[in-house]
Design a protein around this ligand. Sequence first.
Ligand code: GLC
Length: 461
Amino acid sequence: MNKTMRNVWLPLLLAAGWVGAADLSNVPQLKETPAQRDARLQWFRDAKFGMFIHWGPCSVGAKEIGWDRQANRPWDISGIQTPRTTDPEYDNYYKKFNPTKYNAEEWVGFAKASGMKYMVLIAKHHDGFAQFDSKVSDHTIMASPYAKDIVRAYADACHKQGMKLGLYYSTRDWWHPDYLVGDNAKYDEFYRTQVRELLSNYGEVDVMWFDHVGGQDWGKWKFDELFSMMYQLHPKLIVNDRAAKFCGPKSPEDRGPATPDIAKMTQGDYYTPEGSIGAMDIVKDWESCIHVGRGWSYHGENGFRGPDNCIKMLVSCTTGGGNLLLNFGPRPDGTFADGEAKVAVAMGEWLKTYGEAIYGTRGGPYRNGKWGGTCHKNNKLYLHIYDWPKDGLAFDALPSKVLAARTLTGAPATFTQSDAELAVEVAEADRAKPVTVIELTLEKPLETGKIIGSIHAPLKK
Ligand code: GLC
């Protein structure tokens, strides 16, 4: 192209996305067969239970990570789209952040003993503070008195102990002066460089967990570059659905995703109901993230959910077809609050007995309800019962013959099966809290991803 042509055509071609678009041929969301996708996602679907960790300088002040920073939040508070401001208190917590008791080996060992199969650690939240040694920012852990790379120790410990490793990265950044209200192209370059650092310097990464870009225009972001880069570095990476979430259409200039591929790819691999159990969905992949304590990050020593509540959340996610990413907010020194530790320990204990009815299963085939839910694996069907129906437990007909029934505590269970229904009984004294789990051995395995009916009151004889 000569100079005049370049001046005239290049901006047009760029705007149309014809020049300079990244090569997306390696992006699995766009090219995989269903079987390849099943293979890539299998460990995640089998895992069911992960540990989310929100932690950083905010923990020093027992403040909510990101949100308790009293400063501008471009595109997250309507009407305030002015340049960055600071919060002298929050923004200085890092000077006191010295987690001398942070022991990543212990964290990972603890998560493992608690039955969690993967972990997701905050590498950078909306407050822009990097818990890793980023070469493109001064606002990092290296500026704290601790001055050691938190992500490094975590990644090494995960690798050593065979824990699947996830990293949370918030594209939304209320610290960086260019994020949405400055020269956003600079910020776009900056955050992709930080993601590249995370995916280049810490060995194998299994999950990239993004958290919103904030409002405005799709045209301000090179998501094609982001995905192409991520999959060059980690071909099997699993990505959540928030890499482009909240992008547009708040701005009149919003052009939407440049191509259908970009729209599809940025949906990632699974969706992320937040703060509650996702509605039953055994077709698409999902993961509920829920905190044990009063917020995502550390808020003191009180106000935690109890173990039974958390066990039931895990069961509801599993039977509903999703995962539970249960969130912990360690203390500023790097230890876990007693209330949180208690939950984790109890879940680990529970899973020793009941893990076979959780891990590796698939949700359904019966519709979930207040009473509980079902899941299955090979020739086993597991009934998870919270509330026993007064008139007895019965389900719509099952398309496989039941050969045997037992509860997972070893207590007997009886059943009757007809063309119309499957009824199951466990003596009241043998029922367990917070959930009774009955294992049915079937003549043949059930199909995955198919709902075949519901619970109902037993038919009259
Ligand atoms: C939301 C919150 C954020 C939290 C995340 C976890 O996006 O803004 O604070 O980290 O949810 O799901």
